[in-house]
Write a protein that binds this ligand. Structure first.
Ligand SMILES: [Zn+2]
Length: 501
């Protein structure tokens, strides 16, 4: 796991409408929380450190925050040589374009115009490290600032979808009614700001509006009814990170509790306990399939809380004498999650049988919000292993296409970062399989005939433990092609796969 990258974000407040703050919607295609609303901001660039007053991470983050805000919204938190704030103008817009198109850099722009960062206009309010759910992680420092008079934010459609002003209460109302997605740390900050009178925001910021501990301990939520606990779980070669979901409001279910060690079990237990303390009822455990990374601590929580475990019959057969499945779920079975007071309607999950990765694989779909709890149907961080005999590639591709036809918007994979671009993630994964198949056919045409030789050719340069997994993917591909009559399976020598004609 790599170290989190430093990043910075600005809570921009309207000068004339106190308490109204600016949210941007990240472009849907972005890998990290694409489609989610957030404060303007981004990664610290190495040259930011050259402009900073000192190498203190807060000073460097301040430069990144001002630069990112300028790039994303055109708002520039600088002062001129007479200590006046900068006004919007065609020239300023041109300078922004030059920066975005890399015809100039931020240091040169500041120097040429004799502008200085107005550090005293920015109030540091806390920092946050992305939880484990994402392989791409950031340590983000947040600042509060008022928009300078005479400036208006303008968002360009490339990295961002749009920008919207509103009070924390207004933004939160939309989030609770499932109209918008908000990145988890931004959600926490909005909830904090919502509880403090606007006139006190700056007073609070001096004392630290949030502490790192609060961010770590708070519930990580992707919708009012979706909470995630990311834990280490068993992997095919090394441990990996998995997203365990608590889904529902007053009635909730746990999906795929596969924690590897005590700290993961404890994190899940704390999440359940905290919800139960709030009066919510823990109704049961849903399993997408039988693999240990999804089921490892299912028995523990079923016994501890005396709740049923629900899974497909084929999963129950795989788990015989290991995990007691109390209720079988079949294609299209519904799991009512009760009334959602924020939307005024009932929340219902529907199970869909999506074999291919595992025979009993289920996904859970919430139709109103088009949210897909995908298990191992697809991942945003890794390639899903299709390993015969449990795995079957043609079935797997059929399952992916079937769920893409449901037009999922919010995709909650077990491995990787959630995405607001669910359908496209599934389509991309199918496309990736097609490309691999073409490469496999080319390799067969080049007289590679054993699984080993084909894997070496198609997955050239992969390190050894992963190459073993790649061989399984190759075998799955060969079986699919032989079922289609394109490839002849070996009759005597297992190393004699060849093209049919
Ligand atoms: Zn799996």
């Amino acid at each position: 796991m790599s170290n989190p990258l430093p990043a910075a974000s600005i809570i921009l407040e309207d000068r004339y409408s106190p308490g109204s703050i600016f949210l941007v919607q990240r472009a849907k295609a972005l890998k990290f929380l694409g489609g989610f609303h957030a404060f303007p901001g981004g990664k610290v660039d190495p040259p930011d450190a050259d402009i900073a007053q000192s190498q203190n991470p807060w000073d460097v983050a301040l430069v990144a925050a001002v630069r990112e805000l300028f790039e994303e919204s055109g708002v520039l938190l600088c002062r001129d040589s007479l200590n006046n704030s900068i006004k919007s103008s065609p020239q300023l817009a041109q300078i922004r374009c030059d920066l975005l198109e890399k015809r100039s850099d931020f240091a040169t722009i500041l120097r040429d115009n004799k502008w200085v960062l107005s550090a005293s206009d920015l109030y540091p309010i806390g920092y946050f490290t992305t939880p484990l759910f994402s392989p791409m992680r950031f340590e983000t420092r947040f600042f509060l600032a008022k928009i300078p008079s005479g400036q208006t934010p303008e968002v360009f459609k490339n990295e961002l979808e749009n920008g919207v002003w509103g009070t924390p209460a207004e933004h939160l109302k939309k989030w609770y009614s499932d109209e918008i997605l908000i990145s988890p740390p931004v959600l926490l900050l909005l909830e904090k700001l919502n509880k403090i009178p606007t006139s006190d925001w700056r007073l609070s910021s001096g004392a630290g509006l949030v502490s790192q501990d609060e961010f770590v301990l708070d519930r990580v939520r992707f919708a009012s009814w979706i909470q995630v606990v990311s834990v280490a779980c068993p992997g095919p070669s090394v441990p990996q990170i998995g997203n365990v979901f608590l889904v529902g409001l007053s009635k909730f279910y746990l999906i795929d509790p596969g924690a590897l060690d005590e700290s993961g079990v404890l994190a899940i237990q704390n999440a359940i306990q905290s919800r139960v303390n709030d009066g919510d009822s823990f109704n049961g455990i849903l399993l997408t399939h039988h693999h240990p990374d999804h089921t490892n601590s299912a028995n523990h929580f079923a016994d501890l809380w005396d709740v049923p475990v629900l899974a497909h019959l084929a999963t129950a057969e795989k788990l015989l004498n290991k995990i007691q499945i109390n209720q079988n779920l079949d294609d299209c079975d519904q799991i009512p999650l009760g009334f959602n007071p924020f939307t005024g309607s009932n929340l219902v999950l529907t199970a869909y049988h999506t074999p291919g990765h595992a025979p009993g694989h289920l996904v859970f779909f919430e139709a109103k919000t088009k949210t897909l709890f995908a298990g191992d149907l697809v991942s945003t961080s890794t390639t899903i292993l299709v390993s015969p005999p449990d795995g079957h590639l043609a079935t797997y591709i059929h399952s992916m296409n079937r769920m893409a036809d449901f037009n999922p918007a919010l995709l909650m994979p077990f491995h990787g970062c959630p995405s607001a671009n669910g359908k496209s993630v599934l389509q991309t994964a199918v496309f990736h399989r097609d490309k691999r198949e073409t490469a496999l056919l080319t390799a067969l045409g080049n007289n590679c005939n054993s699984v080993e030789a084909l894997a070496n050719e198609v997955y050239r340069g992969l390190p050894d433990p992963l190459m073993k997994l790649a061989q399984k993917q190759i075998l799955a591909g060969l079986i699919k092609l032989s079922e289609e009559g394109i490839v002849l399976a070996p009759s005597n020598d297992p190393n004699e796969w060849k093209l049919a004609q």
